[in-house]
Design a protein around this ligand. Structure first.
Ligand code: ADP
Ligand code: ASP
Ligand code: MG
Length: 415
């Protein structure tokens, strides 16, 4: 049988009892085929480690994280769970050993805190797996070519799992988490959310990047690029119970049942920056967004409008909350060159998005969205669209109301 890569997230390995349950699920698969398991740190552990680095003055709030010692600290959570799971498996009579990033080795670039996978020579892992030993790999971490520890960004164990699956040529990459699949929206917000049996890579990529943290954005990107079949499953089911369950992330052509909208995503990690009284002439946007790009600030939505004053314009754009202070600093520092009157930041905003490949061929999706929000009295501040999604920025206080209203408006509770 083909090789299998399984990944268990933080809540699935939160204590020894859960690690034992994970070991039973792994043992059932390992009896049938070569297996590698990727684990996260115990739930809450990475946050605690990050807080310690803040305390030690490592990645000072708001500054881009480029601290190699930050990675040494935050990568340690995964070392603990990898060792514990290997121990428990051995005690059950299942041959297993732990693998840290540098032992595999998992090479990344040197962008500490948000490194990208470079190369994973598969020989050692494949030899262990095919020899009947479960390879328990610490997720989230890797190393630079000159031997320094790196981490690949929060939620990055999903990406480790897909990268390992691609490297060892696995037949499937099974992501076990605390929900039993990908839902039409976050089931914590809308209890009427429905599990999707299948979702296309493209839709999953939009869902992830627009806030559905069930899979990391990069893991979906990589699965799509390297053609890795991904399944999302519950780690709380008993071994074997998940057969035929969960969600398969696959090519659009493999999905028979066509939907116009597949899901609703939301993100509260947004900040809106408004610039008032800009000169209305060519080159202003280049001046603003060029500077932000140079400072490594990722800008998402942008809207420009005429100001009341003749020849003047206003500009609003959104950035991640973590980047807001830096973005304001950058534009303020160039106030005279850019030439605006005033700047304001609003962190009480949320982005709500509807996603579906059916939008390519169906009109009226936006009309339904704007209608549903208007009926609930939710004001839209900024709009952005792509071929398969529409996003709106709203007051954060209305996030849940908007998500539920949109979920109902597209009939997602009746799928
Ligand atoms: P893990 O620790 O296993 O990596 P995460 O917390 O990162 O798990 O991701 C799982 C969570 O993602 C779920 O508990 C759920 O609240 C959230 N989530 C958000 N959107 C969705 C969605 N569309 N479908 C399923 N889960 C979602
Ligand atoms: N432990 C890391 C985090 O909390 C990686 C992961 O869980 O995917 O971000
Ligand atoms: Mg996760």
């Amino acid at each position: 049988m083909s090789r299998l890569v399984m990944k268990f997230g933080g809540t699935s390995v939160a204590d020894l009892e859960r690690i034992r349950r994970v070991a039973r699920i792994v043992a059932a698969e390992a009896a049938r085929r070569p297996v590698a398991v990727v684990v996260s740190a115990m739930a809450g552990k990475t946050n605690e480690l990050v807080a310690w680095t803040d305390g030690a003055g490592g990645a000072a709030a708001g500054l881009p994280m480029s601290d190699d010692e930050y990675d040494v600290v935050v990568a340690s959570g995964e070392q603990v769970t990898a060792g514990l799971l290997a121990m428990v498996l051995r005690n059950m009579g299942v041959p297993a050993r732990s693998w840290l990033g540098w032992q595999v080795p998992i090479y990344t670039d040197d962008a500490h805190g948000r490194a990208r996978f470079d190369e994973i020579p598969p020989e050692k892992l494949v030899a262990a797996m095919d020899g009947g030993e479960v390879a328990v790999i610490a997720g989230f971490q890797g190393m630079t070519r000159d031997g320094r520890i790196t981490t690949v960004g929060r939620g990055g164990s999903d990406t480790t799992a897909v990268a390992i699956a691609a490297a060892v040529g696995a037949g499937s990459c099974d992501i076990y988490t605390d929900v039993d699949g990908v839902y039409t929206t976050d089931p914590r917000i809308e209890s009427k959310a429905r599990r999707l049996a299948r979702i296309s890579y493209e839709e999953m990529l939009e869902m992830a990047s627009l806030g559905a943290k069930v899979l990391s954005t990069r893991s979906v990107e990589m699965a799509m690029a390297r053609n890795v079949p991904v399944r999302v499953l519950s780690s709380f089911a008993e071994p074997g119970e998940s057969d035929g369950q969960g969600t398969i992330v696959c090519d659009e052509e493999e999905i028979v049942e066509k939907r116009i909208v597949s899901g609703v995503a939301f993100s509260r990690d947004e900040a809106k920056i408004s610039l008032y009284g800009l000169p209305d002439h060519p080159g202003v946007s280049r001046e603003i967004f060029g500077r932000l790009a140079d400072a490594n600030v990722n800008v998402d939505m942008i809207v420009q409008s005429h100001a009341h004053r003749e020849g003047a314009a206003n500009m609003e754009f959104t950035v991640g909350k973590r980047d807001a202070a830096r973005a304001v600093e950058v534009v303020r520092a160039a106030k005279d060159i850019i030439g605006f009157d005033d700047v304001a930041v609003d962190e009480d905003v949320a982005k709500v998005s509807v996603i579906g490949v059916g939008m390519r061929s169906h009109a009226g999706v936006a009309k339904t969205m704007f209608g549903a929000l208007a009926d609930k009295g939710v004001n839209i501040q900024v709009i952005s669209t792509s071929e398969i999604k529409i996003s709106v920025l709203i007051d954060a206080a209305y996030t849940e109301l908007a998500v539920r209203a949109l979920h109902a408006a597209y009939g997602l509770d009746r799928l």
